[in-house]
Design a protein around this ligand. Structure first.
Ligand code: PEP
Ligand code: MN
Length: 329
């Protein structure tokens, strides 16, 4: 099968109308921007000739075959993913209160952290616990960004929230449980903001890359893939970090890889060791949960690092990153 991108200046209707008469019935227009056909597409005047590729595998736009070179991109006007660096993204699981978020932000800004994470809409596994502050949480995150200049990562829990979250988030996180939510994926495909797509905990690499293709097909080219552990027979850790899968994924896809040791192992005493193992594969970013008072955290308390432990880990990650030719920032 052949795939090719519609010229940028054409609307979906114009592209549809510009398809040649008598064309093969199986030529399909996808995501308003992609032609897909068993016939070579170079001769179609509506496509960018340089983008015509023959791709037989299921996942396409996320594949190395489609784009051989690594993808890096801007996360915000102040911060970008880059080839020789590993970004540390840190913060609490959830925005809980003004006091909690400000203490967290002050501490991390003091360490030199530039990317701050916290969820306002929390996709919890139980309806009986804290569900996030919602819109109020977004407002607090906006304040944190303005005061400290952070690049903000926060998650979207439903298709209906995408626009509200996009107003505050620099990077929109799609959680593991939302990896198959097509309203969210397509909503994020329509945005022009970077997306952190977490691998579902029962998803194969191929399924992860197909989820990324939903976003890429909409024309949003900034997608990072986050490894946060998958579920297997082991119950002594929360999930199992598939480091082998992460490095295999980097062969299969040009998209940047992010390692989240916190949700993977789920136990604060073990998070630093897994974070260091993650740093050793030279990912584009690490994502670590840290809380001013872990025992009181309203979500993911068991995996939250104290400020003291995080500070030590940050220094150690700098050393590991350096040992594998990366700079931690
Ligand atoms: C989170 O990042 O706090 C989160 C809910 O992650 P996941 O979707 O990986 O469980
Ligand atoms: Mn969490």
């Amino acid at each position: 099968m052949f795939i090719a991108k519609i010229k940028d200046n054409l609307s979906a209707d114009e592209a549809q109308a510009a398809l040649p008469e008598g064309r093969s019935q199986s030529v399909e227009l996808y995501g308003r921007r992609w032609l897909f056909s068993p016939d070579p597409l170079e001769t179609y005047p509506v496509v960018e000739p340089a983008t015509v590729k023959s791709l037989d595998q299921d996942f396409k736009l996320s594949s190395r075959k489609f784009k051989p070179e690594d993808t890096y991109f801007d996360l915000s006007p102040q911060l970008a993913l880059s080839p020789d660096k590993t970004l540390m993204v840190a913060g609490p699981c959830a925005v809980e209160s003004y006091d909690q978020i400000m203490r967290s932000a002050e501490f991390l800004a003091g360490l030199g952290i530039r990317a701050f994470r916290a969820g306002a809409f929390k996709p919890r596994t139980t309806p009986w616990k804290f569900q996030g502050l919602g819109e109020e949480g977004l407002r607090l995150l906006d304040e944190v960004r303005r005061q400290f200049g952070f690049t903000i990562f926060t998650e979207v829990r439903s298709g209906g929230h995408v626009a509200a979250v996009a107003e505050v988030a620099d990077v929109i996180q799609i959680g593991a449980k939302a990896m198959y939510d097509h309203d969210i994926l397509r909503g994020c495909g329509d945005l022009r903001k970077p997306i952190l797509l977490k691998r579902g905990f029962g998803s194969t690499l191929k399924e992860l890359l197909l989820a990324a293709d939903f976003i890429l097909q909409g024309g949003n080219e900034r997608v990072a893939l986050c490894f946060r552990g998958t579920r297997d027979f082991e119950s002594e850790t929360r999930f199992s970090m598939d480091i082998g899968g992460a490095v295999r994924c980097r062969e299969m896809s040009h998209l940047p890889i992010v390692i989240d040791p916190s949700h993977a192992v789920g136990i604060a005493s073990l998070v630093p060791q897994l974070a260091l193992a993650g740093a050793a594969i030279g990912p584009a970013a690490l994502l670590v949960e840290v809380h001013p008072n872990p025992a009181e955290a309203k979500s993911d308390a068991a995996q939250a690092l104290s400020h003291e432990v995080f500070e030590k880990l940050y220094r150690q990650c700098q050393a590991v990153a350096q040992a594998v030719g990366k700079e931690l920032y």
